[in-house]
Design a protein around this ligand. Structure first.
Ligand code: SAM
Length: 244
């Protein structure tokens, strides 16, 4: 496991087997959020900061270039987007060299108020680099319903069991999973719990420290319980989970 406290633009990663990323995507130009929880990144506007415009230093073309360059010649990428930036994100992904395999949906159960339908879902671009190859469990559903209570104070923490599904489907044990915007480290937690190697980058010291602690704990648990540990067996009971 290698964790960088850095700007992802300054870190060079090569030959990652898989990328799972939840980027700090831009929602609107200019302005600054007044929410004290808000950090740089339009991603806050989607998460209960009252829709205030926020700034974001990094745009989709740069994000997708970072993702594409880090990956091995034949690999998958899962990138979180929202309804408003799905188009620029996909355009940037295709320009970087990715193909689009699918748009996955996380049905969160919880909803954010909105005048044009309540927001209770998030979207994930499922992308491929190089020659196409299938996922490990082809009976996996594109839309997953999952409620998972937050484990940290990070405002956009994603459930690691959701990320775990993507990791199991698009990588093998021991493979290197990369997350250039790891936040509280949920991708790293899912990777560690499934015996994958992990490289993560986070620019904010506060979240880097949270991620480091969580990922180290998950790696310790994996070394104690192993790949067939207690939690893996519990999740294997779900119909679209391929882990034995
Ligand atoms: C949407 S959050 C990721 C949350 C993560 N998926 C989780 O479950 O905790 C995006 C993260 O990217 C970080 N970030 C923003 N700009 C960055 C950059 N240039 N390099 C690395 N990290 C950055 C932010 O501080 C934020 O924690």
């Amino acid at each position: 496991m290698i964790l960088h406290l850095a700007d992802a633009r300054n870190i060079t990663v090569r030959d990652a087997a898989l990328l799972v990323a939840d980027p700090p995507y831009q929602l609107s130009q200019g302005g600054k959020s007044l929410d004290p929880r808000a950090m740089q990144g339009g991603w806050m506007a989607d998460y209960d900061n009252k829709g205030l415009p926020v700034t974001c230093e990094i745009g989709w073309p740069e994000i997708m270039d970072i993702c594409y360059r880090a990956l091995a010649a034949q690999s998958h990428a899962y990138v979180f987007v929202n309804d408003k930036n799905m188009h620029p994100a996909l355009a940037a992904a295709l320009a970087a060299g990715f193909r689009i395999h699918n748009v996955l949906v996380w049905y969160k159960r919880t909803a954010t108020a909105n005048r044009w339908y309540m927001k209770n879902a998030e979207f994930i671009l499922f992308l491929g680099k190089g020659p196409a190859f299938k996922i490990n469990n082809c009976s996996s559903m594109a839309c997953i319903e999952m409620y998972w209570p937050d484990e940290t104070a990070h405002p956009t923490e994603k459930p690691w069991p959701l990320l775990e599904r993507y990791i199991r489907n698009s990588s093998e044990p021991g493979a290197m999973v990369f997350d250039p915007f790891m936040g509280a480290g949920s991708t790293g937690v899912a990777a560690a719990k499934n015996g994958r190697d992990f490289v993560g980058v986070e620019i904010e010291r506060q979240w880097f420290d949270v991620a480091s602690t969580r990922i180290a704990k998950a790696a310790r648990e994996f070394s104690v319980f192993g790949g067939g540990g207690r939690r893996a067996r519990r999740f294997a009971q779900r119909p679209d989970d391929h882990t034995a």
